[in-house]
Design a protein around this ligand. Structure first.
Ligand code: ILE
Length: 383
């Protein structure tokens, strides 16, 4: 074959490859805590994503392109979240990254995505300040700042709470932020605090704090905890004969509470936009599909992950992907803020937040929380 001919053969082959590439895979990273103390959350999140990706691809994908999820275990540790983000962004060259599971990890890992101009999308991060990191950071999880005032207000109205004791984890970004927001909500409602006690990640004995709390005779305990510590706190409180309502943040909105606290899990108050009792068409469809696939009921973390992939696929439908990673990441970032979507968690849209210097930064969720109380190992909507 002479030179000119061989060149044109190469050109034709390249053309063939290009037309094949039109139905390309869209590679999306998921960093989730699949093992460790936050594993209950992370596994629900992974399930939500896997259900959504199957449904979206079965319905034709995104303009004919298939979404491929690359899921990595960040173990609920911030160092691992950093490693996983680096791997997904620089090595695997994903279009964007969902996760990580904990705010504590997001605060460490999202700056990497921001610096690499890669969209990072939290589906469970509820602490203050996560989306202030920059304009590539998104979340559809409603913040403690939005949910806790509603939860406290409802407990005050319905359960006649007049004074509370506060217990929180002081070594985690989310539990600390929950504490800050509880404190503010209590001040706004002029509810006095009888005592404020703390614990640390990995603690198993809460008797000292709860004994002090009991002595101050509060009408409720306000608890900012992840479930690994919060479940045992509930058991210990009830064992000490403290029967008052426990008002929790997002960490306590997990069926893991029922596994850990069993018959001592009643009278826990939480808020969330998602409830299994919400019988909208989108939620009914989600719950049925989840049960069919996993033979178990979904939770809020699964619902938010499920909706998040639909939010991204809605944005991607309006994006012309070029296979130039930098341009495609930017195009997705630019398309996301305008998405409006009604899914399992209800009507959703983004609102831009500011960074510490007051400049426009990332995007938070705008959704209305519902308040729920646990009864008989279920979260029941409190009207
Ligand atoms: N919302 C919390 C956080 O931001 C937990 C997420 C419960 C799994 O860390």
């Amino acid at each position: 074959m002479n030179r000119a001919l061989s060149r044109s053969v190469v050109a034709i082959a390249a053309l063939g490859a290009a037309s094949f590439a039109q139905a390309a895979d869209i590679k999306i990273g998921v960093a989730a805590a699949l093992t460790g103390g936050a594993g209950q959350y992370g596994n629900a999140i992974r399930n939500g994503f896997q259900l959504a990706v199957e449904e979206i691809n079965a319905a034709g994908g995104v303009n004919g392109d298939k979404i491929v999820l690359q899921i990595e275990d960040e173990q609920g540790k911030k160092e691992e979240a950093i490693n996983v983000f680096k791997k997904l962004i620089f090595q695997d060259r994903v279009l964007m990254v969902f996760g990580p599971t904990l705010s504590n990890s997001a605060q460490a890992a999202h700056p990497i995505a921001q610096a690499a101009k890669t969209p990072a999308f939290g589906t469970s991060n509820t602490a203050d300040g996560i989306t202030s990191i920059g304009n590539f950071v998104f979340r559809n999880s409603v913040t403690e700042a939005d949910v806790l005032p509603a939860t406290i207000k409802k407990a005050v109205e319905v359960a006649g709470v007049k004074k509370v004791a506060v217990l929180y984890g002081n070594d985690d970004v989310f539990t600390k932020s929950g504490y800050d927001n509880f404190k503010k909500a209590l001040e706004d409602l002029k509810i006095p605090v009888t005592t404020t006690e703390t614990f640390a990640k990995g603690d198993v004995d809460f008797k000292a704090q709860l004994t002090k709390i009991k002595a101050t005779n509060p009408d409720a305990i306000v608890l900012s905890a992840l479930v690994a510590e919060g479940g045992p706190v509930m058991v210990a409180a009830r064992q000490l004969g403290i029967e008052v309502p426990i008002i929790g943040g997002n960490g306590m909105n997990s069926p893991r509470v029922f596994e850990l606290a069993k018959d001592r899990s009643d009278n826990l108050w939480v808020g969330s936009p998602w409830s299994s009792n919400n019988d909208t068409p989108a939620n009914t469809k989600f719950i049925a599909a989840y049960k069919a696939k996993y033979n178990a009921a979904p939770d809020q973390f699964a619902a938010q992950a499920y909706d998040a992939l639909y939010i991204v696929s809605t944005a991607l439908k309006g994006v012309k992907l070029t296979n130039k990673l930098e341009a495609d990441r930017l195009a997705l970032r630019d398309a996301l803020p305008a998405v409006k979507y009604t899914g399992a968690t209800g009507a959703f849209q983004f609102a831009q937040v500011k960074d510490k210097a007051g400049k426009p930064a990332g995007y938070d969720a705008v959704q209305t929380p519902i308040v729920m109380v646990t009864r008989g190992n279920a979260y029941v909507i409190q009207k």
